[in-house]
Design a protein around this ligand. Sequence first.
Ligand code: ZN
Length: 323
Amino acid sequence: MYLKKIEIPYHVYQYEVFIKRLKPGPLRDDLTSLYKRAMAGFRGEQSLDFPLSYLPNDDFFIFHDLRLFDGLHHFQIDFLVLCSRFALILEVKNIIGKLTFDTEFNQLIRELDDTTDVYDDPILQAEYLKTQLGEWLERHYGISIPIVDRVVIASSAQLQVTDLKSDKIKKIVRRAKLKAELLQLNQQFAKDYLSPETMKKIADQLLANHHPRVIKKFTTRLKPDDLIKGVQCPNCGTLSMIRKTRTWYCHSCDRTSKNAHIEALYDYLHIYGPKITNKKCREFLKFNAESTVKKLLHSFSERYEGGTKSRSYFLSKRLLKTR
Ligand SMILES: [Zn+2]
């Protein structure tokens, strides 16, 4: 069963918001290509839902996109599958073209049309994650459990390897083969290492220690005028709705919306983080009614700090999501 279901990661939503609100320029171009790459990766991960569904539901905990801290660095696991007998790490690649796994120089070479790109070796990445997770479990629980790592190719890329004799290439699994691989691993490991209580405890700790990736560095590249402020029309996408008698009105398409401000607050949260003041909110919404904005901030914030004049609110993703 999924304990952390397959979801678009937070930082990918951030890309989306920046692309929507940035004026054309190099920053928007960079973010657009990062977004496309991240979404292709996500779609590859999403496509593993089917083979993973063959695992006996009650025996296996599945975590999608888990990002843990080892005390020095974060490490991110596309899928972690945990049962009482072993843990499985899946590093997913959804790259099209011709892929060459160079196990000698630890690189993945992709040829597509007339271009050659070199990527980090996913086999090495998966091995690294295996070590990191092993140490994490050891440190938190004094537990050592067999950990298996696999690189799953979700695309229909043509695959080749530089060394057919290398043991490492056995770790590469095509998506179509994943179901068979999972069932084989399930048979291979017979000995129980974890009691149901320990498994539950580890699962809770994994979830509590998940640190979603949040991108802050773009805001340092951002000049105040780069972002388009305003409330976006849900019908035509124009970012210039105005407030008229308790509803938002779009000049471009003549439509109205009751809740268009919620999307704008959601955008604010993904750009600047949860902290916001009444003044900043009015600037962002391009709407200058202090008392209405105060009401909005109260209904979408989980808490606030400071006195009436200098109050800061903390927008809640959960409250905004109920929109
Ligand atoms: Zn409109």
